[in-house]
Design a protein around this ligand. Structure first.
Ligand SMILES: [Zn+2]
Length: 176
């Protein structure tokens, strides 16, 4: 693990520290987790960086059995994660969440996000949210197949597959 003092990107103080750690992921040896911690303003942010490639990449993995639940998704700040069968998608935003989750964690994450819509006044939205929560409940028990799509314009998000023969990679554009 490497530690570097940097100016804080939020408050500008010189009390921020950047940590860089190689995650030693199989097949992606140059994949790093970067954290910035500032003692002055309390900033804590984590992101991921692929030193091997910065191409705009789309990864696709079809989950067909509970074994596939060992597959993991790394979501960097620029990553888009989608499960088309349930019509859910995480996209970059102002303060993006970055994480590494296995398939169960990913499904629970989407379920939590959708549950927010249960508070809406619109009956149609509530009905639609309930339907999706129930579909995710079935998927969590291994009932049904679904596709994980991870796209990142900077190549910093990944799928770490349970079965690498099932992982499909597309380079959408080259970045130099
Ligand atoms: Zn700060």
């Amino acid at each position: 693990m490497q530690e570097i003092k940097i100016p804080c990107p939020v408050c500008g103080s010189d009390e921020a520290v950047l940590f860089e750690k190689n995650l030693n992921i199989p097949y992606y040896s140059d994949f790093f987790m970067t954290s910035i911690i500032c003692k002055k303003c309390g900033l804590r942010s984590t992101d991921f960086r692929n030193l091997h490639s910065s191409d705009h990449t789309r990864w696709t993995y079809k989950v067909t059995s509970l074994d596939d639940f060992e597959t993991k998704v790394v979501r960097a700040s620029t990553g888009i994660v989608e499960i088309p069968e349930i019509g859910v998608k995480v996209e970059p935003q102002m303060m993006p969440e970055t994480w590494i989750k296995n398939i169960e964690g990913l499904l629970l994450h989407f379920q939590e996000k959708i549950a927010i819509f249960l508070q809406e006044d619109d009956d149609h939205i509530v009905k639609e949210a309930k339907k999706r929560i129930s579909i995710i409940g079935d998927l969590l028990q291994g009932k049904g197949e679904f596709t994980i799509i991870v796209e990142d314009p900077n190549g910093n998000s990944l799928i770490i597959p349970y079965d690498d023969s099932k992982l499909h990679k597309e380079i959408l554009s080259k970045n130099k």
